[in-house]
Write a protein that binds this ligand. Structure first.
Ligand code: OFO
Length: 172
């Protein structure tokens, strides 16, 4: 089987989005470290690696089905955030954007009657649901912890715990 040009183009566009997410999260990891938010940094480093893996999985798929995967260009992500709360809010918004891009890809696969790509994309549909839930959990905890004087300490501790759980769940 081979990819239609439309499907190939849409998958190549997704490579750009996944790669940008990886760069954005790497930049966030670095900012967290600069703020001595080491738990948040660990979380963002792991997310950056995951996004790179998401990008590569699509990359290999395109070539496997006789398309041509195009190595995505690098756009500079932001390097600073006004607060860790706002940073996580941006992560959540980015994940929502990726979810809607994945949904569009599924629509293209259906319109092209490309059942192989449709099946391949179901992994991403599940992954986006999990990632949105994870980011919402973090935002809810941040809201609960509030803005008190020690909030950063507790936010960082909480994110470290969430990260350890997510890491464990992935290794099962
Ligand atoms: Fe690639 O899952 Fe998030 O963006």
């Amino acid at each position: 089987m081979s990819l239609s040009k439309k499907m190939e183009g849409a998958l190549n566009d997704q490579l750009i989005l996944e790669d940008y997410a990886s760069n954005l999260y790497l930049s966030m990891a670095s900012w967290c470290e600069s703020q001595t938010l080491d738990g948040c940094a660990e979380f963002m480093y792991r997310q950056a690696d995951e996004e790179r893996m998401h990008m590569l999985k699509i990359f290999h798929y395109i070539n496997e089905v006789d398309g041509h995967a195009l190595s995505p260009g690098i756009d500079q992500p932001p390097h600073n955030w006004p607060s860790v709360q706002e940073m996580f809010h941006e992560v959540y918004q980015h994940e929502q954007k990726v979810t809607s891009a994945i949904n569009n890809l599924v629509e293209v696969a259906l319109a092209e009657k490309d059942h192989s790509t449709y099946n391949f994309l179901q992994w991403y549909v599940d992954e986006q649901r999990e990632e949105e839930t994870l980011m919402r959990t973090i935002l809810d905890r941040i809201k609960l912890i509030g803005d008190g004087p020690q909030s950063l300490y507790y936010i960082d501790k909480e994110v470290r715990t969430i990260n350890a759980k997510a890491e464990k769940a992935e290794s099962i």
